[in-house]
Design a binder for this molecule. Sequence first.
Ligand SMILES: NC(=O)c1ccc[n+]([C@@H]2O[C@H](COP(=O)([O-])OP(=O)(O)OC[C@H]3O[C@@H](n4cnc5c(N)ncnc54)[C@H](O)[C@@H]3O)[C@@H](O)[C@H]2O)c1
Length: 258
Amino acid sequence: MLDLTGKNALVTGIANNRSIAWGIAQQLHKAGATMGMTYLPDEKGKLEKKVAELVEPLEPKLFLPCDVQDQAQIDAAFETIREQWGKLDILIHCLAFANRDDLGGDFSNVSRDGFNLALDVSAYSLIQLSRAAKPLMSEGGAIVTLTYLGGARVVPNYNVMGIAKAALEMNVKYLASEMGPQNIRVNAISAGPIRTLASSAVGGILDMIHHVEAIAPLRRTVTQTEVGNAAAFLCSDLSSGVTGQVLYVDAGYEIMGM
Ligand SMILES: NC(=O)c1ccc[n+]([C@@H]2O[C@H](COP(=O)([O-])OP(=O)(O)OC[C@H]3O[C@@H](n4cnc5c(N)ncnc54)[C@H](O)[C@@H]3O)[C@@H](O)[C@H]2O)c1
């Protein structure tokens, strides 16, 4: 049985009720995990208020600001986790960012700054958060990140985010190799296209969804809940022998050649 009772879980990347991170948080909570969330702070505190209201039913024990571009915020968040929880069992890395201009048009037009920004927020952040989590995962742990097929194959308009996802997927393997001896497992879920704030920045997301609905073996795309269930599996003892992997939760689209 999938049981996360007694496990402390930190979920990053909830922006609203469409966020994949929200789907994951709900399933972890349903499986009995004690919940903590981080949010991206904004100047007026609007996002904080919105996310706080959304996550309230999951009774989060921790609700912390964490912009991954600010190392001080990461340090402060994990210091609070250490003080309040003493240990961390589950880390969900579910965030990404690139300039909208870099998610369409000719790939070769990406600027150095745009490239660095996408790689920093979307890929380097997994290393930062995993490094901070490692000493707190004293009883072993599970780290799960979110990737997309555009990191392994060319998908129109995904452009620089594809490079960031390729880096992210290799991060998963190197982190899994480093942390395996401490019984920390690191895996990625490659989700099929879902309408969210982030995906709406990618040109033609609706066309991508319609394409998947026509081609994928299950003749549909996936839901946040399905991704959440897969994440709960990867965080539970049911997947105790699995690390360094990319699990496709995409209605089977990835297997199709034509
Ligand atoms: N939606 C899809 O079709 C799809 C498919 C496969 C993978 N993914 C991945 O899933 C993850 C979540 O995206 P989503 O689609 O749920 O969109 P979303 O917009 O709901 O989530 C993206 C999150 O990233 C956060 N974020 C951005 N910059 C940040 C920063 N500097 N510090 C901390 N947080 C920051 C945002 O606040 C937001 O919560 C991303 O990694 C995305 O690439 C999405």
